[in-house]
Design a binder for this molecule. Sequence first.
Ligand code: NAD
Length: 248
Amino acid sequence: MLLQGKVAVVTGGTRGIGFAVVEAFVKNGASVALFGSRQETVDKALSKLRETAPDAPVIGLSPDLTDYAAVEAALGEVKARFGRIDILVNNAGISAREPLYQYDPAAFENIMNINVKAVFNGCRAVAPIMKEQGGGCIINTSSMVSLYGQPSGVGYPTSKFAVNGLTRSLARELGRDNIRVNAVAPGVTRTDMVAALPKEMIARVVAPIPLGRVGEPEEVANCFLFLASDLASYVTGEVLSVDGAAQT
Ligand code: NAD
């Protein structure tokens, strides 16, 4: 029970990596608010959770993460319900693969809004709450492509490089307030995002991975659990790769 008595918010918590993080946090004693893009998918995720953890202290909200006022209001609701917020996981994200020559500038703006602005909004809104209660911990979902880019779909790696910069900078800025800020950089992980890729592309991506396979959402979630827990009490400003050494 690494998170007994802690309160966590997980954006993009309805499926994939975010849902696995919610499950790991609940199993370890946390109260959790999961955020999703639509209330319908949020409610579905809550029902799925209750199949294995019927009494889990879990709520679900669907604020527009790109709207600062909406994020602030949703975090206020979580605080009103659970009394505090110890952990914020900024995990919601979208990917893109369009070559530059076909890249719609509006799509670039959209990916930056969801993958970067929404992360800023979460950090901006939660930091005063954490400061007031004596500390807390923020974990952002980055990606292995934040370390070396990708050959097509430039908006996605650009957004994740920004997530790393935001993570490292806020770790420096918020350390004095006892707020740790880290990121997890997953490699290819078995989620809907990856299932949507053509099979040949997955095979090409897996071939050079030293561990010879894609990662499971639970394996990635365990790293969020470590960073959220007191086991990582002296870890901040870190981008933790969880990718089977894919980037080497
Ligand atoms: P997924 O598509 O399965 O889940 C994405 C989540 O983000 C969902 O819960 C969805 O509701 C939420 N989301 C998407 N757009 C949103 C919006 N506009 N507003 C609110 N919520 C929104 O994806 P996943 O693979 O679990 O990815 C989760 C995170 O992990 C993302 O940040 C992604 O970039 C990152 N990541 C994934 C992989 C991978 O291989 N799956 C690898 C590296 C990084």
